[in-house]
Design a protein around this ligand. Structure first.
Ligand code: SIN
Ligand code: FE
Length: 291
C-alpha cells in the first residue's frame, strides 16, 4: 500500500461524488495520508505580518485557538491580536467544510477541536525525547482522554517561500503495536482516577488512553526502533494540504516552518470500518475491552 494518496481538488468545498467519498474514506481509514497538492490556504496580504516565529510565546512552538475562541501561547502586537484569530478561524472553517464534503458520513460525529499555527522552524529545535515530534509516533493526548475516539488532523503549508514541510511516515499501526505493546506497562490501578481528581486530565483515562500514551512514549524513547523501522519521506510544498488519522499513522516532522493544523475528534461508530480503529486493533491484541 502507498503511504500517500493524492487528490486533485483545488477548492475547500465543492460538490464531490460517491466515488470521491469512497476513495477518500478508504484511504483515510486504511492509514494513508491524503494529499492535496493544489489545495492552498491563502493568507490575505494584510495577514503576511503573521508569518513570524516571534508570534509564538516560546513556551510552546504552537499557537493554538480552541473552538471557544481562546488563543494560547501567542505573543501579539495590537494588529496581530485581531488578525491572527481571524485567520485561524477562517482556516478552521475551510478545514471543516472540506471534511464535511469529503466524508459526509462522518459529518454528524465530527467534533472540531483545536486549531494550531506553527510558525517556528522544526529543524534544529531542542526538546526532550518524549515531546520531540521529529521522532516517529502516533498522537495521544496526556491531558485529554479520548476513550477510543479518533484524532484526525489536517495541515496546510503556508510558507511564503519555497520551503516544504518534510515528514517521515513509518510502518502500519498493527505492525508497530505488535512490536511495542508488549513493552508498554499498564498504569497502576488508581493512577487514572488520581490524575482526574487533581485536574491533570479532563476526565478519567481509559486503559486505551494509557496504552496509546505508552505506545507514543515507547516509540520515541527507543532509539533502536527509530533507527530500524521502515520510513518513507514525504515533502509537502507551500500551497499544499494533507490530512490523516494521526492516532493511526506513525509520523514525524523533520523540517519546515509556517503550517496551520486543524484537529478533529471522531467517534469510531461513524467509521466505514470501525475494526480499523486503533482501539479495535489493540482490543483484538489484548483480548479485552479497553474503554
Ligand atoms: C506532529 O503531529 O507530530 C507534528 C506534525 C507537524 O507539525 O507537521
Ligand atoms: Fe504527532
Amino acid at each position: 500500500m502507498d503511504v500517500l494518496k493524492s487528490f486533485p481538488f483545488d477548492a475547500w468545498s465543492g460538490p464531490l461524488g460517491p466515488s470521491d467519498h469512497l476513495e477518500a474514506i478508504t484511504a483515510l481509514e486504511s492509514g494513508q495520508v491524503l494529499f492535496f497538492p493544489h489545495l492552498a490556504f491563502r493568507l490575505l496580504p494584510s495577514e503576511r505580518l503573521l508569518l513570524s516565529p516571534a508570534l509564538s510565546s516560546g513556551r510552546s512552538k504552537n499557537i493554538s485557538l480552541d473552538p471557544s475562541g481562546r488563543l494560547e501561547n501567542a505573543k501579539l502586537s495590537r494588529e496581530a491580536r485581531t488578525l491572527l484569530p481571524e485567520m485561524m478561524e477562517r482556516f478552521a472553517k475551510s478545514a471543516h467544510a472540506l471534511l464535511g464534503d469529503l466524508f459526509p458520513s462522518y459529518a454528524p460525529k465530527l467534533e472540531r477541536a483545536r486549531t494550531s499555527f506553527r510558525p517556528v522552524e522544526i529543524a534544529g529545535r531542542r526538546s526532550a525525547r518524549v515531546t520531540d515530534d521529529t521522532l516517529l509516533h502516533v498522537d495521544a493526548f496526556p491531558a485529554r482522554p479520548l476513550r477510543g475516539r479518533r484524532i484526525l488532523r489536517l495541515f496546510s503549508n503556508v510558507h511564503p517561500g519555497g520551503v516544504p514541510r518534510v515528514w517521515t511516515v513509518g510502518e502500519p499501526f498493527a505492525q508497530m503495536a505488535a512490536k511495542l505493546l508488549p513493552l508498554v506497562n499498564e498504569p497502576v490501578i488508581f493512577k487514572p482516577w488520581f490524575l482526574a481528581v487533581i485536574g491533570a486530565t479532563r476526565g478519567v483515562r481509559s486503559a486505551y488512553d494509557s496504552l496509546m500514551l505508552g505506545l507514543h512514549d515507547r516509540a520515541k524513547l527507543d532509539p533502536d526502533y527509530q533507527a530500524r523501522t521502515s520510513k518513507t519521506e514525504l515533502q509537502f510544498p507551500p500551497g499544499s494540504t494533507w490530512l490523516c488519522f494521526t492516532d493511526q499513522v506513525m509520523h514525524a516532522v523533520l523540517s519546515g516552518q509556517f503550517v496551520l493544523e486543524q484537529t478533529f475528534h471522531h467517534d469510531i461508530d461513524a467509521m466505514a470500518e470501525p475494526a480499523r480503529a486503533p482501539i479495535k486493533v489493540l482490543e483484538a491484541m489484548v483480548g479485552r475491552r479497553l474503554a
